[in-house]
Design a binder for this molecule. Sequence first.
Ligand SMILES: [Fe+2]
Ligand SMILES: [Fe+2]
Length: 160
Amino acid sequence: MKDLEALFKHFVKDIYYAEKQVLKTLPKMARKATSEQLREAFEHHREETEQQVENLEKVFELLGLKPRGVTCEAIDGILEEGKEIMEETEDGSTRDTGMIAAAQGVEHYEITRYGTLVAWAKTLGMTEAAQLLQANLDQEKAADKKLSSLATASLNKKAA
Ligand SMILES: [Fe+2]
Ligand SMILES: [Fe+2]
């Protein structure tokens, strides 16, 4: 990567790929959820993810690029691990707890990437891109918080 702009473009492509993979996975997670609230949370986040993909497409436009992802092995690994938990955990409420943990892994990955991208967009003077990326970051943080509260509720239920 020759400069920050090149690195920024690479990370935009990376998160674009990640969001597209997440978009494919969330409906499967929603179907596998036992708790109604968890299913709704996954469905809600799928809708948000669609908006996030659109926001990233606007960022590509601002960069004068066609939207195109690059394979992100980090997200592939996180999602693969989630898939194993989803498929191999038989007890419904235990599976819910495992899926929440896997989903939080995804959110944390997205939070770190968007946090970096917002900072770099600002450094590069790309105010509009920074705002679009910040909107995505805010949704990821809210999703993570929601999952934390569902995890607590589900563990409390299990303990009772
Ligand atoms: Fe996302
Ligand atoms: Fe997310």
